[in-house]
Design a protein around this ligand. Structure first.
Ligand code: PSU
Ligand code: MN
Length: 322
């Protein structure tokens, strides 16, 4: 028996752009519902969409609304998502049960990659991916985002992985999973609010065209999965690691004391750092998401420009003239 089609809903603007081969960039909804407080979350979502449009790409925010996997939201839907409290946070494991029961929820990096790929979108901009949490040898807390990057062919533009994580272990896990981790404009792996983690990035490509070519080459080789493009936070907005470190240590200690576990860990730590830094981490987070959107638009533009014209004959390798 053939499986039923996925309950996918593409916004008309997104469907039109994809059909015409114009650049489209996916955005996640967990960053709206769990990453920023109201009303900053709505302001952030609106500026990121505007940044994408200004750079010539169509924004496609992914979320589950009443049993449908939506790719592209109306302004009213984005606002409702930003206002509602206690929305489920959906990762790969949660997607099918939520859709099957007609539920609603916000998609993480992993679930957004799945929605983007089903819609035919190859580039996705966010803040920072999930990764291996500190203390993971005890808690086993490793984000499903890492495995998703290994299996779903979407290029994810992020400011590295969040500095609340164990970054050396996160890089090791990505290497094991065969995920290209590509720093942009520098050799170091960025640490979300800070431009550098002090760790070398495995790969570096400074040009959106080269990143797009590497994305295409992975497909040409028949390799599953995407790439992590690690774009450092703009220098004017960064919070250096030495200033962050004590705040992260305190937020972590509070999380342990409060018994925070599972999906609640990342939103708890982000909210505590926001308070402990007097809003500085939130301002840096907003700046880095916007920078990532601009880079993602450039990569999507390169992919669109290099896409074969619909209906054109496939290029066949020529025989040497005899
Ligand atoms: N980037 C941000 N803020 C966020 C997130 C990313 O700037 O809140 C979210 C993403 O949805 C990511 C999730 O997938 O945090 C990681 O959650 P976890 O550690 O539970 O996998
Ligand atoms: Mn987790």
């Amino acid at each position: 028996m053939n499986p039923a089609p996925a309950p996918l809903r593409l916004a008309p603007e997104v469907a039109g752009a994809l059909a015409a081969g114009r650049p489209v960039v996916a955005l996640e909804s967990t960053i709206i519902s769990h990453g920023f407080p109201w009303p900053d979350n709505l302001a952030m979502a609106r500026s990121v969409e505007a940044d994408l449009r200004a750079a010539g790409a169509v924004p496609a925010t992914v979320a589950v609304l009443e049993g449908r996997l939506c790719v592209g939201l109306s302004a009213a839907e984005t606002e409702a998502l930003a206002r509602v409290r206690g929305l489920p946070k959906l990762s790969r494991a949660d997607l099918a049960p939520c859709l099957a029961t007609g539920g609603s929820g916000a998609t993480t990096v992993a679930a957004t990659m799945i929605g983007a790929h089903l819609a035919g979108i190859e580039v996705f901009a966010t803040g920072g991916i999930g990764g291996v949490h500190r203390g993971a040898s005890e808690t086993f807390d490793i984000s499903a985002d890492l495995r998703e990057l290994a299996q779903t062919p979407v290029t994810v533009v992020a400011a590295g992985a969040k500095a609340i994580l164990d970054l050396p272990k996160t890089l090791e896990a990505l290497e094991t999973l065969g995920v290209p981790v590509i720093a942009v404009g520098q050799d170091a792996f960025p640490a979300f609010w800070a431009r550098t983690s002090g760790l070398a990035a495995p790969l570096r490509l400074d040009d959106p065209a080269a990143i797009a070519a590497a994305h295409r080459m992975r497909r040409a080789l028949g390799l599953p999965g995407g790439q992590l493009v690690a774009n450092p936070v703009p220098a004017a907005d960064e919070i250096p690691l030495d200033r962050l470190a004590p705040l992260i240590a305190q937020a972590e200690a509070e999380a342990r004391e409060a018994g925070i576990a599972g999906k609640a860990v990342t939103p708890f730590l982000l909210a505590r750092l926001d308070a402990l830094s007097g809003g500085a981490t939130r301002a840096a987070n907003r700046a880095l998401v916007r920078a990532n959107a601009r880079l993602a638009a450039a990569i999507a533009g390169e992919l669109a420009a290099s896409r074969p014209v619909p209906g054109a004959a496939a290029i066949v390798p020529g025989r040497p003239a005899s």
